[in-house]
Design a protein around this ligand. Structure first.
Ligand code: TYD
Ligand code: MG
Length: 470
């Protein structure tokens, strides 16, 4: 007799258990395990017939290679991130918080493709056709020849697609709403999301259409995250930003056909997403010149230099354990910089709350931002304004040395282009003469701390650089 088909699946990581438990041992999350029917979720029942293996020919590694055939979407920032557009026969997952603008981005991309005479099918499982139409109307794309459907059943969708000539692009909005008859779990569960993705993956490979899946990822990664299909798809893009800002960043987390370090920058306006071709100018446009605690970081995102303002606030604490809050930079990176300032530069921070923020809602992953973060922190602590025409970059090591970072020349060039006249950088970069840029090199963080402290209106100051006086 066949065993019971009920299994318990963690909705966060997809781990399977024979019985319910409060905590998932695989990912450590609580209350994420839910009952699902159909134990074997990766292969639909129809394909699970007993058959003998079939021998196939093996191929040599050496052979003709062809560039992946692509269709550029026509939205430059989108094409930059994907590495040139939609790849034929590939499947792409676009994740992001609800309401961030995923549907908007893809209806715009879909409309742009139809303008090039390509066939695009947009399947919305979340919104009624009228709602999709209304959005397109609002975006000024009401006349675009996108073919719409409001469907959630995978078999129906595939039957419709197979009946007609293959579209260049199929958009599924969203993967969490789909359900397939091959498994008997509720839509949105890990089992359904996986099985539906499998079916669409087979369709993409067979037909040569590019398929884009939209997936919601909630902040805490909960609810049958599309995470569980990340390994199956060819590319994973993440659309991020926060609702307080209009900026939206498109980032590639995985890309089998292109780079993963490029970002695309958009602004959400009343008429849809606007591409930002020169993000540096935008991110430093609202700069608060002349107040202590801000430093401009010359960063690199992919191949593109990007200037951003780093803001710091160091304020006396009233708590037993002072606060260390970081928005836009890694929390542990901040802790490290604070520890180096304390241990190597004699900057006493234990009695202060520390806040770091990256202007515009950008998230910085580069260690090259260390020097700018340290400069902003010391500037705030000593109430000394940093020169408004200076940019900072450099990695700070645990010894307090300032290390070289890649692509110094590109960073300096961008700074020069935007009217900066000074750059504070690691020693290794001193030969990279940026045009019209005065280069100040720092070998150790202590030197920078002393320099900033000397600018303080209250110098010599209690807390900074060991210049303590009674
Ligand atoms: P949407 O694309 O529906 O988000 P998602 O598919 O990621 O859930 O966009 C939702 C938000 O974007 C909504 O709050 C309204 C805003 N928006 C604009 O500001 N301008 C526009 O032109 C459009 C279409 C949406
Ligand atoms: Mg949507």
């Amino acid at each position: 007799m066949a065993k019971s088909h009920t299994t318990f699946v963690c909705q966060n990581c997809g781990a399977v258990y024979p019985r319910w438990a409060g905590k998932c041992e695989a990912c450590g999350e609580w209350n994420t395990i839910a009952e699902e029917g159909g134990g074997n979720d990766s292969i639909p029942a129809a394909l699970r017939t007993k058959r003998r293996g079939r021998a196939f020919a093996l191929e040599p590694l050496e052979g003709k290679t062809e560039e992946a055939p692509r269709t550029a979407s026509g939205i430059k920032e989108f094409d930059r991130v994907t590495g040139g557009g939609f790849v034929k026969g590939s499947i792409l997952l676009l994740g992001g918080d609800p309401g961030i603008g995923k549907s908007t981005l893809l209806i715009e991309a879909a409309a742009a493709l139809t303008k090039k005479g390509k066939r695009v099918v947009y399947v919305s499982g979340e919104e009624a056709i009228a709602q999709v139409r209304m959005r397109a109307e609002r975006l000024g794309l009401g006349k675009a020849k996108v073919e719409l459907a409001a469907e959630t059943n995978v078999e129906d969708i595939l039957a419709t697609l197979k009946d007609s000539n293959t579209p260049a692009l199929v958009v599924i909005d969203s993967i969490q709403t789909l359900w397939t008859e091959t498994v008997d779990s509720a839509p949105g569960t890990v089992t359904q999301v996986r099985a539906s993705t499998q079916a669409l993956l087979r369709y993409a490979k067979r037909s040569g259409a590019a398929v884009v899946l939209i997936g919601h990822v909630t902040k805490d990664g909960q609810i049958a995250g599309p995470r569980v299909v990340e390994h199956m798809v060819d590319a994973v893009l993440h659309f991020e930003g926060d609702n307080a800002h209009q900026f939206r960043i498109l980032r590639a987390l995985k890309n089998r056909f292109g780079p993963t370090d490029e970002i695309g920058v958009f602004e959400m306006t009343g008429e849809g997403l606007r591409e930002i071709e020169n993000p540096s100018a935008l991110f430093i446009s609202e700069r608060d010149l002349g107040s202590p605690g801000t430093a401009v970081f010359a960063g690199i995102e992919g191949t593109r230099p990007l200037l951003v303002e780093i803001q710091a606030l160091v304020a006396p604490t009233s708590l037993g354990t002072p606060r260390r809050a970081a928005v836009g930079v890694d929390q542990s990176r901040l802790s490290m910089i604070l520890a180096v300032l304390e241990a190597r530069c004699g900057v006493r921070l234990s009695g202060y709350d520390v806040y770091i923020n990256v202007a515009g809602g950008l998230r910085i992953l580069e260690p090259a931002a260390d020097l700018a973060v340290a400069a902003a922190l010391v500037s705030s602590l000593s109430n000394a304004t940093l020169p408004a025409d200076a940019v900072y970059f450099g990695e700070v090591s645990l010894t307090g040395a300032v290390r070289a970072v890649p692509q110094a020349a590109a960073r300096l060039k961008e700074a020069g282009k935007l009217g900066f006249t000074r750059a504070v950088i690691p020693e290794a970069g001193k030969n990279e003469a940026g045009e019209g840029l005065q280069i100040n090199t720092v070998a150790v963080l202590t030197a920078l701390v002393a320099e900033i402290a000397a600018r303080s209106p209250r110098a010599p100051r209690r807390a900074v650089g060991g210049t303590e006086e009674a």
